[in-house]
Design a protein around this ligand. Sequence first.
Ligand code: MGD
Ligand code: MGD
Ligand code: SF4
Ligand code: MO
Length: 895
Amino acid sequence: MSQPAPDLAAPAVKTTCPYCGVGCGVLATPDGQGGVAIAGDPEHPANFGRLCSKGSALGETVDLGDRLLAPTVDGQTVSWEGALGTVAGGLRRIAEQHGPDAIAFYLSGQILTEDYYVANKLAKGFLGTPHVDTNSRLCMSSAVAAHRRAFGSDTVPGCYEDLDEADLIVLVGSNAAWCHPILFRRMVDARAKRGTKIVTVDPRRTQTGEEADLHLGLQPGTDSALFSGLLAYLAGQAKLDGRFIEEHTAGFEGALERARQIAPDAAATARATGLAEADVQAFFELFARTKRVVTAFSQGANQSAQGTDKGNAIINCHLATGRIGQPGMGPLSLTGQPNAMGGREVGGLANMLAAHMHFAPEEVDRVRRFWKAPNIITGEGMKAVALFEAIERGKIKALWVIGTNPLVSMPRADRIREAIKGLDLYVVSEAVATSDSARATGQKTVLLPALAWGEKDGTVTNSERRISRQRAFLKAPGQARADWAILCDVARRLGHGEDFAYNSAVEIFREHAALSAFENDGTRDFDLGGLAEIDRRAYDVHLPMQWPVPKRGPDAKKGRARLFADGRFYTFDQRARFVAVQPPALAQPVTAERPLVLNTGRIRDHWHTMTRTGKSQRLSAHRAVPFVEIHPDDAARYRLSDGGFARVATDLGSAILEVTVTDAVLPGSIFVPMHWSDMTASDGRAAALARGIPDPVSGQPELKATPASVEAVAYRSRGYLLTRDAQAAPAGWWWARATVSGGSGLIFATQEGSREMALSVRGMFPGHELAEYVDHARGLYRCVVTRDDHLVAALSVAPGDRRPDWELAKGVFAAPDIEAIDRRTLLSGRAATASTGPVVCACHGVGLDVITATIAAGAGSVEAVGAACKAGTNCGSCIPEIRKLLSPALARSAA
Ligand SMILES: Nc1nc2c(c(=O)[nH]1)N[C@H]1C(S)=C(S)[C@@H](COP(=O)(O)OP(=O)(O)OC[C@H]3O[C@@H](n4cnc5c(=O)[nH]c(N)nc54)[C@H](O)[C@@H]3O)O[C@H]1N2
Ligand SMILES: Nc1nc2c(c(=O)[nH]1)N[C@H]1C(S)=C(S)[C@@H](COP(=O)(O)OP(=O)(O)OC[C@H]3O[C@@H](n4cnc5c(=O)[nH]c(N)nc54)[C@H](O)[C@@H]3O)O[C@H]1N2
Ligand code: SF4
Ligand SMILES: [Mo]
């Protein structure tokens, strides 16, 4: 693993992208005025210079709009002194009155390892509460549990190079083209280079599925039947690695017997999964005859009431063929968040203690001695779902949320919002003042301003165990402070000053590394002994490195790419375990009243609850309103039309969403993105719909299958409103907000007609000049609001059956001044020049119409389209969509 030397002379700061678990290296060049130019770091081994649409647009998200810049108590700005006093005083009082386990922490895979370490140490060692969990519970705790059952440790065996070197990549419940875009590009490169086949397993045909050689659109929740069938097939065809099974594993017979009960052959597998038998057969044969197989899995596997079994069903097939720990092969859990892995390292989950140690008495004793912890906990705490239920029951009195937005991302989110009100103390460490969770209130509510990406320093660990530095290149705004520093100050006020006397991130990192090596001697996979004495200078120039990095031996000081090559695992007998998995079943079957399976997940250009990507006009252009995808058969049955509205309801709540009719989802299934919140839409919260029944082993909630119903919703008018500053939408509107170039946009629908709309708009902009186009007979009203030839706002209202198209208006609005021709464009809704259609390429702002015209004019490949109109030539995140647009043209020319 030779690493190029860092270029210390370069003005750019090397850091790491704060979004997904790919962990791309970023070169950030601040402009000295609060802005920054962003480029991919060509030397970072995760991305070699590439960035996806989200990474490329990071520069658009570092401004201070919406930032929380000072501490507040119950809505009043206070000094740090006052805020920390309230937090420490509240925690002390609650611990005295109700015991320390009335206090809970809810952390995040997006805080840095150093922040995480301090939070975990304070809670579990000094406050003495076991109730420390994290949003990673919702993200990859099933993968953690599957690893531990199979390997005896939470170890990701392989690395990204395995994707470059695989001949078959199976993606299970992963929309990598959108969610791990740079890794997906590595996979597509491998296909170009060595003919790697890509198979996707997902009830939805996503962009990733569109790109695959074989797409298996199985029924929701049936993955363990597919992989049970595969195990039975491998055994039947004598494709097992008998020696590996014999020498390095245990439990094979039981697992095989169970697999044969679930799905004895391809025909039975097809019946159990709803797949065509020929597709199942093709997949089985491909897997059997290809040695270099990587099976990468993500939320379609993890976020399931049987998530741990799904992971083990996959791992079983790799163990049975000995395909693990070798180049180009192995199971690979794709972590979602930038530091999901770091959270596991420090022990941030409620069922871990610290540094990959759990609750065996000698482990508790070891950590107690290392921390000199007076109040060390001795057993597991409550996992996220149970933890929030305990808040509802009044069992938890104080909650401290750091770096996550549970009011938008937790299942049963509406209930959680109610539950928060009953907390004696509700503390939120946030970067953004306007997040739904920051706006919620308890009996006593404290908001603590945290440093955000670009301002803070520390480390993150990506999906391949690679520890990279995040480095500050902007100065701390307002009174914001590092999350770890805030925690240390509270510890000090609680009388633990000596144990939290860190002055910088490197001191925390050293302690964390030392704990991982403490009395380890090769018994624990996670070992950073080689970094336990790293000095500040070395930490500052620290290169991305994959753990373990022990103090001695061949991996010392340079890390290791793969584990388990020697067939030795971290169980007591060093053998891996096969797991006999349960037959698949949805945790909650559909009913006549709730006949559809609600699946939720992500879109290409937004990150979670949008507190950051929502600031970027580029990233807001791809999908601007919350939507529901439904199959044409179901759309016909429930009388929904493409572009219209539907109310999606579950037993927990409802949302009103724009309808996308597509055969990418199966009949009986619907899909809703997770991103919209009360901050960005009137009625778009997916998490309020999810029931979230937890997996019995991992506690990870089911977020991909909640029984739901749909019904059509009609509005009298629809339209858009573009303003320079974000405007609150009038009560009664359905709306979604998106950042646009030069301001903020609302797409809305209302029961008011154009006449009433005209009246209310005139009232909204007193003292401005209004130019209007009025045709109430046809339900049309358009209005251009100016002041001294500056364009202030533009509005368009049309009848409710017409989906607003604001591309043209956004183009005009991007400039501050208005010319006569622009006014005509806004008022007529027609341009002198043609509109370019909805944006496909976010980086270069290239619209759909431009790309289709380019293709019609003869561009026959992604490269040719790029050469003609630049689309797809920067980050490449839209290449799958361009390829899809090309395919009819290519089919025509082939015919
Ligand atoms: N653009 C973008 N990228 C992101 C994020 C983001 O917010 N936006 N978030 C990051 C985070 S934290 C995470 S965890 C990852 C998530 O990355 P992914 O897991 O790739 O994303 P999801 O969209 O949550 O879900 C993946 C797929 O699981 C499928 N699925 C649903 N049910 C089943 C099933 O029963 N079986 C199978 N096999 N598949 C099923 C869904 O249809 C969906 O297409 O993305 C990371 N990257
Ligand atoms: N329905 C449904 N729900 C889901 C999912 C799904 O697929 N479907 N996926 C789940 C998954 S996998 C995940 S990972 C979660 C993600 O859900 P969340 O973690 O709730 O989403 P984020 O928007 O990433 O929230 C991060 C918050 O931290 C703030 N923040 C940013 N930087 C900092 C910092 O440095 N310090 C502090 N203190 N705060 C900061 C941001 O402003 C933001 O409010 O959602 C889960 N919920
Ligand atoms: S793939 Fe995109 S979001 Fe993920 S780390 Fe790389 S640039 Fe960031
Ligand atoms: Mo996640």
